[in-house]
Every structure is written in C-alpha cells, then in structure tokens.
Write a protein that binds this ligand. Structure first.
Ligand code: SF4
Length: 251
C-alpha cells in the first residue's frame, strides 16, 4: 500500500482536466471524417453508406460512420478531411431544453446495454477509472432506474431488449434525459434495422443527445453527458453547413 502512495506522490495527478481544459494527449480520440469537397473523392468507398455526394460535396452521416478509416486511407479515393476532436455529442433538435439546475450538482447515470457488441460498454467502463474519473464531476453510475437522471443507451435496441429498455425509461423519475451512444444506438449501425433488431434507441425511447462513434471514445461519451445536462454546448454534426465541431479540436 505504501508503495502505491509513494508512486502517486511521485507521478502526481494523472486525471484528465477535461472539461475544464481540452484534453490534448495523443490517443484520446480516433477522430471523425468531415464533410468536404467531392473533388477526387467518391462516396461509394464507404461500406456503411455513411457518405453521400451532392452538389460537389461529400457529406458524412455520423449516425452511420463506423470509423473504418477507409475514406481516409483507400487508394481509390482522395482522403477525406479528418477531425481529431471528441466533442461530437449533439442534442436532438426536437427535444426541449432543460430548466437551469434541473439535476442539482450530481447526476446518476443508468447504463442500458440494448444489444451492444461490447465496444461501447468497454468505453463507458473507462469513465470511472482514475484517468477519466467522472465522480469528480458529480456523475455516478447507478444500477437503479428509480435513482437515475440519465439513461445512457448503447446497442441497436435488439428485439430482446426493447421491452427492458422501455421499462427502464418508464421507471425513471422526471426530469430525465436519454443519451444514445454509438452508431448502433443512433441508427442500428451494422446490426439494424434487421429481423432481430430495431434502428436504434429512438425507436423505443425519446433520445435527447446523440453521441456518434464506433465506439465513441470516453471523452465523447462524457461530452454527451455534459450536453445532456447543458454544461457543454451541443455539436452540430448533422448540419453540413456548420463546423463538425464547434469547439476547437485537440491537436
Ligand atoms: S470512416 Fe468508414 S464508415 Fe466512416 S465515413 Fe469513412 S468510409 Fe464510411
């Protein structure tokens, strides 16, 4: 035990300073492709139909992009621009804003695995480790819907999980928020819609905040939680005319 204390004193605090400061350490985010000119580029390169081409531009549908990097590494198409940030979470336009201070100073988050492959869950698990340490922000994971303020959904909402997801949401007290993390939860991803799966969490519960990524890195999920409680501005990922990330991207 004393060795761990000594080691801690020697190395100092390693917890990220985000959201007080942007995190610039290498590897905190895989980045995302950015909408841009279609010159020399082809939308057909994308295996998930996340790219569409019109009026000389290639647009990225962040509900379908699985971070395969094909649009930036393939020899058949000029590389798309790539954004290195992680503040990707966007509030759904049709959902009402929260009243100021609606959740007080702490937030209980219920995570529901609605058929996830394991990748998004693994990123969520990182949020409570000493590096991301969401407890310092007053965010806690709860197993109980009756204690939960935010429902964090991953997975495409498979048929086996639809009823459980709806029940969990119905058991939560008002005010409540739903954050859908990962492309499966946003659109069904590579699993849905299909015979056994829906087209994302919005088929079952009203989604307030969307976090793209496959999987989204922990800081993108944390940004989603901060957007849900209006402690960070929403990104504008679905609007081709807006910047991919309103906050300056980490280098
Ligand atoms: S990274 Fe892959 S999935 Fe995403 S837009 Fe590019 S080609 Fe499509």
């Amino acid at each position: 035990m004393s060795r761990w204390v000594l080691s801690g004193l020697k190395t100092g605090i390693k917890t990220t300073h985000y959201p007080a400061q942007q995190e610039i350490h290498a590897g905190v985010s895989p980045g995302l492709p950015v909408t841009g000119s279609a010159e020399g580029r082809t939308a057909e390169i994308c295996p998930t139909a996340a790219l569409t081409s019109s009026e000389g531009r290639i647009e990225v549908n962040y509900r379908r992009c699985i971070h395969c990097f094909r649009c930036v590494r393939s020899a058949e198409s000029a590389p798309l621009d790539w954004q290195q940030g992680y503040e990707w979470a966007a509030r759904a336009a049709d959902r009402p804003a929260l009243e100021t201070g609606a959740f007080g100073r702490s937030l209980n988050v219920l995570v529901v695995d609605a058929g996830d492959c394991g990748a998004c869950l693994s990123e969520i698990a990182q949020l409570t480790n000493p590096y991301y340490n969401i407890h310092r922000l007053g965010f806690f994971i709860t197993p109980t819907p009756r204690n939960a303020d935010v429902l964090l959904v991953v997975g495409p909402a498979t048929d086996q999980m639809r009823a459980a997801l709806k029940k969990a949401y119905d058991a939560m007290p008002e005010p409540r928020r739903v954050v859908a993390a990962g492309v499966c939860a946003l659109s069904g991803g590579i699993f849905g819609p299909s015979l056994v799966s829906g087209a994302g969490a919005a088929d079952v519960v009203p989604v307030d905040v969307e976090v793209p990524g496959c999987p989204p890195p922990p800081l993108a999920i944390l940004h989603g939680l901060l957007v849900a409680v209006e402690r960070k501005p929403s990104a504008f990922l679905s609007s081709p005319s807006a910047p991919a990330n309103p906050v300056e991207a980490a280098p």
